[in-house]
Design a binder for this molecule. Sequence first.
Ligand SMILES: Nc1nc(=O)c2c([nH]1)NC[C@@H]1CN(c3ccc(C(=O)N[C@@H](CCC(=O)O)C(=O)O)cc3)C=[N+]21
Length: 285
Amino acid sequence: MALMSGTDVAREITEQTTKRASEFEQRTGRKPCLAAVLVGEDPASVTYVKMKRNRSAKAGIESRFVHLPEQTTTEQLVAEITKLSEDPGVDGILLQHPVPKHIDERAAFEAIAPSKDVDGVTMHSFAAMAFSEPGFASATPGGIMRLLEAYEVDLKGKHAVVVGRSPILGKPVAMLMLAKDATVTICHSKTENLDQIVRTADIVVAAVGKPKFITAIKPGAVVIDAGYNEGNVGDVDFEQLADSASLITPVPGGVGPMTIALLLEQTVSAATRRADLVDVSEVVG
Ligand SMILES: Nc1nc(=O)c2c([nH]1)NC[C@@H]1CN(c3ccc(C(=O)N[C@@H](CCC(=O)O)C(=O)O)cc3)C=[N+]21
């Protein structure tokens, strides 16, 4: 078994992002700006948004925080996000999921301008991922793909099993893996014989939100734990699988830091594109 260190790969990506942010500031006289929108006081969400803002600041990205009360209506939230979409000083918009149950989350996500959807949550970004067109990846799926790339996991012809079909995690990561020529199976709460299907996977992506849900794999499989349950517990029973997996992500230190790295990277890309600058790093590679 070998670990896939999201912490290490995220650090490398963010070093590059920091350089690009600084170059953006030199050329435009302002920092790239990410607006983070949080509705309510869910303690986990408060922590995540704080982490994202801290890491933005360290990378030279300005962050704007829009904290709305729990009882905000869909109309009010859509109005706030629309303002940010129209604000020329804002490059990227993150609406922290989940929003309170009375809010139509899809309507809120769709108020994000496609050019500012650095968290990859809109239908526009989903379509771009599904059609392999340029666009923003959903942050966690994009982070997972970069982690697989960093560890040279070739998906071509392999059976990838995604457990979970949420709009910003399971479904888009399945599209991204399909684009890399994996044979993709998506399992969910209604799937029959889920354990057996997981045991046929060369690559397992656990994205169900159930602590230690995945307990058996095919020996040698690559295991990606995208779960973020209370107390930093993943969806994978790490102890149970550590020996039989060829590569496995830890929690913490796996997918989580990659999610934030992608968010920041895409924020600088959005800023660069919006300012109509040629991004030297994209040209030079
Ligand atoms: N619109 C939206 N986009 C998201 O990307 C999004 C979201 N909503 N809602 C919640 C989930 C969760 N999420 C995490 C990000 C980083 C860590 C992370 O970095 N965790 C650290 C540990 C955290 C700690 O030390 O407390 C780690 O895994 O090493 C975890 C979870 C992003 N999410």
